[in-house]
Design a protein around this ligand. Structure first.
Ligand code: 13P
Length: 282
């Protein structure tokens, strides 16, 4: 079924697992991500930046998510990632996205609350879920760079106030991960995550999943992470495989000869991540 973030994260909480939220960067990648989820019999969150949504077309993305959810009997959420602009959020919701993230993390605390509240009010009218962020996650996302000096971790006390004031469905936390970290892995502050988890009851979201060590996935899920974002690993996997194929193939081969191996790479990465997110003990 085509579902909201709130619905899939509620089940994830009950089962102590995380749901993979995969950034699709073009139209081709999208079915490959959903196919991997179907084979793993797990729900999936497809997320797009505002840039990807405008490039592919919001309604095209909604249509594919809905038709694949129906055809394969898999739960699919379509989520707008890191939207800072209310107009972008309205556009996605009106086109049929089932979940949005308002990213007011760079705003002063009170302004973040006000912006998020406005989004929650609008989203509720359409039955759409809302994720918001408190603290600042560093790194590079869709070409936007947040330097390490700007990073600050989520304060558990602020999180309690923020959730009570805004009524959000999920909270993105800053605990040491960085967007776009694919050459190395990060050190997570488990202590900080534990304190946040003890203070709040809503599902928590980890950004910058590419830079998280496989060995840390279980630890963060056990500490309340329910939505696990992965973007760069898919992008890098696609670009590497694509470069290899285009270099080797003749210029006049069917485009499928170059694209299908990239899709296989995407399916493989998503499958491996979903298996980790199932949080099965050895
Ligand atoms: P990565 O691109 O680092 O995996 O992060 C994805 C993300 O957090 C999307 O918001």
């Amino acid at each position: 079924m085509y579902v909201t973030l709130k619905e899939v994260l509620k089940d994830a909480d009950r089962l102590n697992i995380a749901i993979g939220a995969f950034n699709t960067h073009n139209l081709e990648m999208l079915p490959a991500i959903i196919r991997a989820a179907v084979k793993q019999k797990m729900p999936v969150i497809i997320q797009t930046s505002c840039g990807t949504a405008n490039y592919v077309g919001h309604r095209n993305l909604v249509a594919i998510c809905k038709s694949m959810a129906e055809e394969y009997g898999v739960d699919v959420v379509l989520h707008l990632d890191h939207a800072k602009d209310f107009d972008e959020i309205r556009k996605a919701i009106r086109a049929g996205y089932s979940s949005v993230m308002f990213d007011g993390s760079s705003l002063p605390f009170k302004e973040n609350i006000l912006g998020t509240k406005q989004v929650v009010k609008f989203a509720k009218e359409y039955g759409v879920s809302v994720e918001a962020e408190l603290g600042i996650v560093g790194g590079t996302e869709d070409g936007v760079v947040v330097s390490q000096e700007k990073v600050f971790y989520t304060e558990p006390r602020d999180a309690v106030e923020f959730i009570a004031e805004t009524g959000i469905d999920a909270l993105a936390v800053a605990i040491g991960t960085n967007h776009g970290q694919y050459m190395s892995k990060t050190d997570i502050s488990f202590e900080r995550l534990k304190k946040i988890k003890e203070a709040v009851t809503i599902p928590l979201v980890i950004h910058g999943g590419t830079g998280v060590k496989d060995a840390d996935v279980k630890k963060v899920i056990d500490l309340g992470i329910r939505k696990f974002n992965v973007g760069t690993e898919l992008l890098v996997g696609w670009n590497r495989k694509s470069k290899e194929c285009y270099d080797q193939q003749k210029e006049n081969v069917s485009n499928r000869e170059n694209v299908v191996p990239c899709l296989e790479t995407i399916e493989m990465i998503v499958t491996q991540k979903i298996n980790l997110f199932k949080n099965i003990s050895e």
